[in-house]
Design a protein. Structure first.
Length: 337
């Protein structure tokens, strides 16, 4: 739960808007505290996590440095919150970035198995929505229009968990209002990169595999769209059925052909070098990452502008051919649904 909270107003420096720093912590009533907690925390639905980094030494990352000081000594909360707000103000280089309220919160973690992990939340609200205030006036009512923060979607936020400090902490991040500047929150302010964990390896393996099947495979081998659909379906089935990923098991079970397996290995190595990542060949499969990536594994065969075939299962139930009328697909099925 939130034990400390302070609010600063961060304008756009480029647009000559001001930075207003609170001189004391906000003391909310219990009902308001619950409302704020729900508003902040419900925005973090993904298990994807990040970590702070620096081009030199990690301590030179301003947000990492400030949250480290707070975790070491919570009495520095207000002072370091000001440093965080000033850093956010100073890095604004895009006139389209909107001003907003910056909430900095200290969350006391609940003890589990003798371990208690505190966290620090940094949240920025930018969008102001119109609403109506209705108040009684004598025997009638008055309606007044006003603007305020909607509670349906948080604009920007991050939660820093007090673990894995040596590698840059474990950090959850959202940015739902990029204002035409995709680097402002993730890169310029926080300077974070994705953590090298189970979620990352699951996500990257599926990403590189999909790119191989859809782009590289048709260039090297005689492959139909139906073949590609089968490869995509089998890969997702593998990830959904297994708890642990093993590269050799995956390639033998899904790709099968030794030449295709060799080609995928080369493609994966080139991908890692180009993207400057290292993808493990043995890791626990993350269910959330599979669910997210599977949305892009839609096995669809598009035929001109007339038809689309969604392939969900057995490749043997589809035949491809050509006659005097043109190319065709023949589909076998037991019953209509």
């Amino acid at each position: 739960m939130i034990s400390k909270i302070i609010i600063h107003k961060v304008g756009n420096k480029i647009n000559q808007e001001s930075l207003v720093l609170s001189q004391e912590e906000y003391q909310p009533e219990e009902g308001m505290l619950e409302l704020l907690e729900d508003f902040f925390l419900k925005a973090f639905k993904s298990e994807e996590q990040f970590q702070f980094y620096s081009d030199t030494y990690l301590v030179n990352n301003p947000v990492f440095s400030s949250v480290s000081e707070i975790f070491e000594d919570p009495a520095k909360f207000r002072y370091e919150s000001e440093n965080i707000a000033e850093h956010l103000y100073d890095i604004t280089e895009n006139p389209r970035v909107q001003p907003g309220e910056l909430f900095i919160c200290y969350f006391e973690g609940e003890e589990t198995d003798g371990i208690k992990i505190d966290s620090i939340g940094i949240f920025k609200t930018e969008s102001k929505n119109p609403f109506l205030k209705i108040s009684p006036q004598g025997e009638t009512f008055e309606i007044e229009k006003d603007y305020g923060i909607g509670l349906t979607k948080l604009d920007k936020g991050c939660i820093i968990y007090n673990n894995f400090k040596e590698s840059g902490y474990a950090v959850s991040v959202v940015d739902n209002n990029k204002n035409g500047d995709m680097y402002y929150w993730f890169e310029d302010f926080l300077k974070v990169k994705q953590r090298d964990d189970e979620y990352f390896h699951t996500q990257e393996t599926l990403s590189v595999y999909k790119e191989f099947i859809t782009k590289q495979l048709p260039q090297e081998f005689e492959t139909t769209k139906a073949d590609q659909a089968e490869f995509l379906n089998k890969s997702i089935e593998f990830f959904k059925e297994k708890e642990q990923f093993d590269y050799d098991e995956f390639t033998k079970e899904v790709l099968r052909d030794e030449n295709v397996i060799e080609s995928f290995g080369n493609f994966k190595s080139d991908y890692e070098q180009e993207m400057q990542v290292s993808i493990s060949e043995d890791f626990a499969i993350n269910e959330s990452a599979v669910k997210k990536q599977s949305r892009g594994f839609k096995s669809i065969i598009k035929l001109d502008k007339n038809f689309s075939i969604y392939v969900h299962g057995d490749r043997k139930m589809i035949e491809q051919g050509q006659d005097e009328n043109g190319k065709y697909y023949r589909l076998y099925f037991e019953k209509e649904q």
